[in-house]
Design a protein around this ligand. Structure first.
Ligand code: NAI
Ligand code: PHE
Length: 350
């Protein structure tokens, strides 16, 4: 599996460990340390095959390089995946994260970890018992807690900028936003949008979660498949990756796509499919950088909340830079964002 996956990835190193007591494959993917330690969360998931886990880690680590460079942070990109046979609890979970902490510590700071899917600040506290390269521990343990609320603020800022670009003004009053996934990021995003007068259509595989929030915010709900056909101005993917595809893009009714999910495009050609339909796509790694901005600003750069918030507002400015380049060169926004990242990573850049 290494022969076909690693050369195409183009990253620096992958460290693999099989943790026998938990039967877990651990993959730490350090994509780039050009701008600083490779930083990105730890995803824990049950995968059909360990190959799928490695592939996920590789793609996500490369997106972190882009995200961190685009956010102007002194961080490279990385991601770790814990491919578990089932999601562990209690002592078994604790033992797994201690063992994982030893692995991250053995990398001497080339990789800095944090939370991601199915991992929490409490898990990072356990990792932190064994290693110092960890962001997002609980406040009780000296960390800055969950990054999700800051991610939601960043997505909100990006979404508003994309609305201004598509419609000529950033007023959200009367605009309709369809949110796919109302979890740790989608829910606070929905609240901010509702506060600014937007109408919402919500969906979640957890039907009760979507319905309860919809009731509270006076919003509509849609089925998880129907959301692609929902009449709306903005589609905000805040659940899983790969949701923008040859199958779903023709169905979208929105003029804007802006959301939190990592790796939203199923394949690179989907950026052109969106552009051909006249849909303004806010590249995922540009608008979902609020989480890492929160962690790096407060825990690494020694900044206060006001400085962090200034950086979160900067997401809108970065997005405008992307839109401007895309228009100037006649390329998709995704390709424009990649070009800016490439420039920032180029050797010899002042
Ligand atoms: P979460 O797990 O708290 O929420 C995801 C929600 O989506 C859950 O409510 C889940 O039931 C729902 N969901 C899953 N599959 C779905 C589907 N097919 N259709 C509809 N709903 C579905 O995760 P979180 O933290 O809110 O993250 C959301 C996305 O944003 C993920 O892709 C994550 O990688 C990305 N992200 C999160 C950041 C953070 O700070 N938490 C930072 C940057 C990106
Ligand atoms: N895992 C989140 C993301 O994908 C947040 C995060 C990023 C945390 C980078 C730490 C470092 O952006």
């Amino acid at each position: 599996m290494l022969e076909d996956l690693l050369p195409a990835w183009g990253g620096e190193e992958v460290v693999v460990r099989f943790d026998e007591p938990s039967a877990t494959w651990m993959f730490v993917c350090v994509h780039s340390t050009v701008l600083g330690p490779g930083a990105g969360g730890t995803r824990m998931k049950v995968y059909a095959e360990s190959r799928d886990a490695l592939q996920d880690g590789l793609r996500l680590s490369s997106a972190m390089t882009s995200k961190n460079a685009m956010a102007g942070l002194p961080l490279g990109g990385g991601k770790a995946v814990l491919a578990v046979p089932e999601i562990p609890t209690g002592d078994r979970r604790r033992d797994l994260f201690l063992s994982y902490g030893d692995l991250v510590e053995s990398l001497h700071g080339t990789y800095r970890t944090a939370c991601d899917m199915n991992t929490s600040s409490a898990d990072m506290d356990i990792v932190g018992e064994r290693c110092s390269s960890v962001f997002g521990k609980t406040e009780a343990a000296g960390g800055s807690g969950s990054a999700a609320p800051a991610t939601a603020v960043g997505v909100f800022n990006g979404l508003r900028t994309a609305v201004a670009h598509a419609f000529g003004d950033d007023d959200l009053g009367g605009r309709t936003v369809a949110i796919q996934g109302v979890g740790a990021v989608g829910e606070p995003l929905a609240r901010q949008l509702a506060d600014h007068g937007a109408r919402l259509v919500l969906t979640d595989v957890d039907d009760v979660r979507a319905k309860e929030l919809a009731q509270e915010l006076d919003a509509e709900t849609a089925g998880t498949e129907e959301i692609y056909d929902a009449e709306c101005d903005v589609f905000a993917p805040c659940a899983t990756g790969g949701v923008l595809s040859a199958e779903t893009i023709p169905r979208l009714r929105s003029r804007v796509v802006a959301g939190a999910a990592n790796n939203q495009l199923a394949e690179p050609e989907d950026a052109d499919r969106l552009a051909e339909r006249g849909i303004v796509y806010a590249p995922d790694f540009v608008v979902n950088a609020g989480g890492v901005i929160h962690l790096a600003s407060l825990e690494m750069l020694g900044e206060d909340v006001a400085a962090r918030d200034e950086r979160l507002r900067g997401i809108g400015d970065t997005l405008m830079e992307v839109f401007a380049l895309a228009e100037r060169r006649g390329i998709s926004t995704a390709v424009a964002a990649d070009a800016i990242v490439e420039e920032r990573l180029a050797p010899g850049r002042p």
